[in-house]
Design a protein around this ligand. Structure first.
Ligand SMILES: Cc1ncc(C[n+]2csc(CCOP(=O)(O)OP(=O)(O)O)c2C)c(N)n1
Length: 563
């Protein structure tokens, strides 16, 4: 008699960890909970590094920072109920910023559903509108294909976030081992790139040939696609200036003659805006032409220039501008196709206006940066950090003062992800955790997070994580005891009717010290350089608390408040 074939089985939790490993996942950021106990028991003996965080929002921000600098999917996890509601903000930012982050929330057992079980909530509905793809597992057998689908969704087309709810009993049920396999190329992004339609490539090439003063406006898509070489080749061929969004920093070496710097209402300046306004053809690349980049769709002015719009998402071109040629596809493949179609073109335009614009912009900046005023001017902080940072360092900026000032004046030397901010939602308190994720992803380079004191109040708990893991990150706090960006809005838009924007001053250096972080408090501008230098050179977590001039008192605000 034939003996029954014994199916090799794994538990659901084992299958989850095996599926993560099969997609090349090496690190998971997260926080424990009752419903996660089976999963944690598998992590216990797995090769995956688990980074314990102090709340789930920061676990997601860490996974986001990790993904941005490695090009690999970032993974975070948390328990049911509050673990799910707390992980959501980080996942939303990643999704809207086109960063592949997978969040796993464990959940109450399928068998306990609908019985007023503690922490039960509808995870399917909660995450559906805010992720690229999400699922709630009902059966252990569905684990392998659900994870395959999640990785495929996250890394193909426009990258984005995915969420999987993993019930307690599903973690304990059986999974056929033979179904546990993956395409490891889906663990990095972009995967399965798609190229543009040759017809539109020809149209775009024709329009480019007939243009006199083309300008690129580049969003995050070029760095995501690792298309920096193709962009440089095309820009050089056309002798065309390259402006970027904040997320586009790193698309081009900002020291080069073609680089304009950042445009828009958060980091742009009148000088960089003028270059976009002077174009007869604007080529948007991997850029949504949103409210900030275009200063509410005024620069470029509608109709002022012809438009070619390159994006992997077909819904983007045409959403904000009348587009002459949409080019849908991966940025690297689209730019390569244009380089091929324009073979032999070798323009040499007069770029003195770009050079002059940058000189004018930086001349004003340097005067302010040299100021010995107290409280310290933000320009002085940017300048001091720029002079000290190694070019390969990673700088993460929070909203408030850091983002516009560093976006405008921190010169990214080289290409690739060296500077970033959470530009989809701009939630305060992102940079500290994102810097932890970035450091774990790229430990060989120095990582710095710059945040306002409003942001610091929203993320301070993760200093413990940095200390526990002995991460040599430098945190810089721009202290002004105010939600400065909003107060500046009340100044310019509401006749200085300041309302509920001021809060008390905190000694952030002392707070950091209590966590075990080596710290400095700087009030005297002449001490700034030295404090930053010591902090950056330290092999342990450091924090420099700098008492700065609030934005509403700035004599030359870097950016305009635009709602
Ligand atoms: C979670 C969240 N809540 C509110 C806001 C709105 N907001 C944008 S900038 C800002 C003020 C930032 O204050 P702070 O971090 O102290 O930096 P500052 O502007 O003073 O430099 C606020 C409240 C936000 N971006 N994120």
């Amino acid at each position: 008699m034939n003996k029954p074939v014994e199916m090799a089985t794994l538990t659901g939790a084992e299958a989850v960890v095996e599926m993560l490993r099969a997609h090349g996942v090496e690190v998971v950021f997260g926080l424990c909970g009752d419903t996660s106990l089976p999963l944690y028991d598998v992590f216990y003996s797995s090769k995956i590094r688990h980074v314990l965080t102090r709340d789930e929002r920061h676990a997601a921000y860490m996974a986001d920072g990790y993904a941005r600098v490695t090009g690999k999917v970032g993974v975070c996890e948390g328990p049911s109920g509050g673990g799910a509601t707390y992980i959501l903000p980080g996942l939303v930012e990643a999704n809207e910023s086109s960063i592949p982050v997978l969040a796993i929330n464990t959940d109450v057992s399928v068998s306990s559903r609908g019985r007023f079980t503690l922490t039960e909530l509808d995870q399917k509905s909660l995450f559906k509108p805010l992720t690229k793809w999400n699922a709630v597992l009902d059966r252990p057998a569905d684990i392998p294909r659900t994870f395959r689908k999640a990785f495929e969704e996250m890394t193909t087309g426009r990258p984005g976030a995915a969420h999987i709810a993993l019930p307690f009993d599903v973690q304990n049920g059986p999974v056929d081992r033979s179904d546990v396999y993956a395409d490891p190329t889906l663990g990095s992004f972009p995967s399965r790139r798609t190229g543009p339609d040759a017809f539109f490539v020809e149209l775009a090439a024709k329009l480019i040939r007939s243009s006199k003063s083309p300008v690129f406006v580049v969003g995050g898509g070029v760095v995501l696609s690792r298309a920096e070489t193709e962009l440089a080749e095309l820009a050089e061929k056309l002798s065309a200036p390259v402006a970027t969004t904040i997320s586009g920093k790193g698309s081009i070496d900002e020291r080069c003659a073609l680089s304009v710097g950042v445009v828009g209402s958060n980091g742009g300046t009148p000088e960089t805006r003028a270059i976009v306004d002077a174009a007869d053809l604007v080529i948007f690349v991997g850029c949504r032409a949103g409210s900030v980049t275009t200063e509410r769709w005024r620069h470029p002015a509608p109709g002022a220039a012809r438009i070619i719009h390159i994006d992997v998402d077909p819904a983007v071109p045409g959403a904000n501008y009348k587009v002459d040629v949409p080019l849908i596809g991966d940025a690297k493949l689209c730019l390569s196709a244009l380089n091929e179609a324009l073979e032999g073109v070798n323009r040499s335009a007069d770029l003195s206006h770009v050079d002059q614009a940058k000189r004018d912009k930086f001349e004003k900046f340097e005067q302010l940066a040299a100021s010995g005023e107290t409280p310290i001017r933000p320009e002085r902080v940017v300048s001091a950090l720029d002079s000290l940072l190694d070019k390969d360092s990673i700088l993460v900026a929070d909203p408030g003062t850091p983002c516009p000032y560093f976006s405008a004046y921190h010169v990214v030397k080289g290409t690739g992800r060296r500077y970033f901010s959470n530009r989809a939602h701009g939630a305060l308190g992102y940079a500290l955790a994102a810097a932890i994720g970035a450091h774990i992803g790229r430990p060989a380079v120095k990582t710095v997070a710059v945040m306002g004191d409003g942001s610091f109040g929203m993320c301070v708990g993760e200093l413990e994580t940095a200390v526990r893991l002995k991460l040599p990150i430098t945190f810089v706090v721009i202290s002004n005891a105010v939600y400065g960006w909003i107060k500046a809005g009340q100044k310019t838009g509401y006749g200085q009717r300041y309302f509920s924007v001021d809060f008390g001053a905190t000694d952030h250096a002392k707070v950091a010290e209590a966590f075990g972080v080596r710290s400095w408090k700087v009030t005297d501008p002449s001490r700034l350089q030295d404090a930053l230098k010591q902090a950056l050179n330290s092999k342990e977590p450091t924090l420099v608390d700098i008492v700065c001039q609030p934005l509403h008192e700035a004599k030359a605000p870097v950016s305009e408040w635009v709602a």
